[in-house]
Ligand binder design. Structure first.
Ligand code: C2E
Ligand code: CA
Ligand code: CA
Ligand code: CA
Length: 277
């Protein structure tokens, strides 16, 4: 039994070692990718009930030489832990705005469309976030009304007073604010009333089971009614099929994003597929 225990421990140690080696390797590769800007942005269309484009979400892509594409769901949390997310987030904002500036010049972007940019809580909480945002808007000469920042609900609760102040400052620039993954966090109705939110993005987990799960349908329906009363727009994420789209329309959800309309694409492909003149 003693032998067996020792072997099990040896195996455990080996596995743990492999996990931490992989982690260290990812951290090293992330430092490298951040330093040399080895990321790209893909764009996923956002659509209204008239089937018109109303904007796009910018989604980061990282292609590692050895491993190919690594999901942001995997590397963003690591970047947050090791503090690289601030630099990466600044790069994302700069890249997205420079792309929109080019599209505006080429007549491929309408001023009524919004570019949705994901902002990590850690980035948002930096003292330098607001000055950085202002500077980027000026540098690229992109109208603030073309920009929508996606933040998650949990981050707001850490320090409500300072979040509120920052959000108000962002609003006074004319930039839009959305709550991402709505329904998965802890925000209460009180915060929705208090905070200057323009849009809720209903998390795809609710949308996915909309047709089969009565309670998910009830939740989505209730969120839409509540948002309407508070004058907040609702966008459904993860709309994958015509049946989901139909059901969402029936329950008065008029903005959508998901594979049914289009996958995230590199800039040139996005324009070719979704921008018509
Ligand atoms: P998210 O912000 O909730 O983004 C939506 C994710 O759902 C994207 O995954 C998108 O490709 C995927 N998606 C879109 N439509 C559908 C659909 O119909 N069905 C399904 N199953 N999935 C769909 P992606 O690009 O892999 O990004 C994953 C997460 O990584 C994002 O979730 C976001 O939390 C984070 N992320 C991505 N880009 C950035 C970024 O530039 N900055 C930060 N801070 N986080 C980012
Ligand atoms: Ca998002
Ligand atoms: Ca989301
Ligand atoms: Ca998410």
């Amino acid at each position: 039994a003693k032998e067996c225990g020792r072997n099990t421990f040896a195996l455990y140690k080996k596995e743990m070692q492999a996990v931490s080696d992989a982690r260290l390797e990812m951290e090293k590769a992330l430092h490298h990718a951040t330093e040399f800007k080895l990321f790209e942005l893909y764009y996923q269309p956002q659509i209204n009930d008239q089937n018109e484009l109303i904007g796009a979400e910018a989604l980061i892509r990282w292609k590692d030489d050895k491993k190919g594409f690594i999901s942001p769901a995997e590397f963003i949390p690591v970047a947050e832990e090791i503090g690289l997310i601030v630099e990466i987030g600044d790069w994302v904002l700069n890249e997205a705005l420079s792309q929109v500036a080019v599209w505006l010049k080429e007549g491929k972007w309408q001023v009524s469309w919004r570019i949705s940019i994901n902002v990590s809580p850690i980035q948002f909480q930096q003292a330098g976030f607001l000055p950085m945002l202002k500077a980027q808007l000026q540098k690229h000469d992109v109208p603030a009304c073309c920009v929508d920042l996606e933040i998650t609900e949990n981050m707001l609760l850490n320090d409500l007073a300072s979040s509120l102040e920052k959000m108000n400052a962002i609003k006074s620039l004319g930039v839009y604010l959305s709550i991402d993954d709505f329904g998965t966090g802890y925000s209460s109705l009180k915060y929705l009333k208090l905070l200057p939110i323009d849009r809720l993005k209903i998390d795809q987990s609710f949308v996915r089971d909309l047709l089969t799960d009565k309670s998910d349908e009830a939740i989505v329906h209730a969120v839409i009614a509540m948002a309407k009363a508070l004058n907040i727009e609702v966008l459904a994420e993860g709309v994958e099929t015509l049946s989901h789209y139909d059901r969402l329309r029936e329950i008065n959800c008029f903005c959508y994003q998901g594979y049914y309309f289009g996958h995230p694409l590199p800039p040139d492909k996005f324009v070719a597929a979704f921008v018509h003149d």
